[in-house]
Design a protein around this ligand. Structure first.
Ligand SMILES: C[S@@+](CC[C@H](N)C(=O)[O-])C[C@H]1O[C@@H](n2cnc3c(N)ncnc32)[C@H](O)[C@@H]1O
Length: 225
């Protein structure tokens, strides 16, 4: 692949052309449009249901040690639903969009294992979460700016915090936008302190008209602190 991540550069440019609000705070109030198989915010294809097998794989990885799970980005709630199937001791979920957050509150009310919904941008909320406090972390947000869209993956700027928040032996996974680990991503993980870096390739039934992914597999990272 030619781009810093495995997202086809033509697809990435189409996403950039949709445009981003000058104030990232607008993502909070942006109307979320839910349909049977998709979530759009401010015209961006934030989440699509064909990712279900991939979300299932990420949830299985994040809950491998049981215990306390941190999830960032609720979206359609697919990964959150899978995480609940593994009966975590506690499931904290951070979400920045008001409309999506109200779905998250409903989800929390219905969930069997304890869900702690936190409203806001992870960049504002995560610094106040205690170090060495989570057994597993699943990070899946959506780029809020052109700069972020060009990062190797959305989680790239979260790697340091992932390392800080995890207990020793805790597991970190994230939406990778990669088919195999690329060097920049691996380097970022190592710089944050991780040395146990692995992953599995997950087959996905991506539709031809998907605007953000074009391969028939996605890498599910398995990163252990
Ligand atoms: C790709 S979706 C998550 C999909 C989810 N894993 C699922 O299975 O449905 C991304 C979510 O992250 C939220 N989000 C984007 N940027 C965020 C940020 N900076 N902080 C918290 N949530 C964010 C979006 O509003 C959206 O609901």
């Amino acid at each position: 692949m030619t781009s810093p991540n495995d997202v086809d550069p033509a697809l990435r440019n189409r996403l950039i052309q949709i445009g981003f609000p000058e104030d990232p705070g607008e993502w909070k109030q942006g109307k979320a449009v839910f349909s049977s198989n998709k979530l759009e915010i401010l015209g961006h294809p934030v989440m699509e249901a064909w990712e279900a097998p991939y979300m299932g794989a990420l949830a299985k990885i994040a809950t491998r040690n049981g215990g306390k799970i941190l999830e960032i980005g609720f979206g359609l709630g697919l990964s959150a639903g899978f995480i609940q199937e593994y009966k975590p001791e506690e499931h904290t979920i951070i979400e920045v969009n008001c409309d999506v957050f109200s779905k998250l509150e409903d989800f929390a009310d219905r969930s069997r294992s304890k869900v702690i919904p936190l409203f806001g941008d992870w960049r504002d909320l995560v610094p106040s979460l205690a170090s060495n406090s989570f057994d597993g972390i699943l990070f899946d947000t959506y780029a809020n700016s052109q700069t972020e869209m060009k990062n190797v993956c959305e989680a790239f700027v979260f790697f340091d915090e992932a390392y800080r928040l995890l207990k020793l032996g805790g597991i970190f996974t994230f939406y990778s936008s990669q088919v195999k680990f690329n060097a920049e991503c691996e380097q970022g993980l190592r710089k944050a302190g991780f040395s146990n870096i692995d992953g599995i390739s997950v087959p996905v039934p991506v539709p031809k008209d998907c605007l953000y992914w074009s391969h028939d597999t996605i890498l599910a990272p398995i990163i252990v602190k």
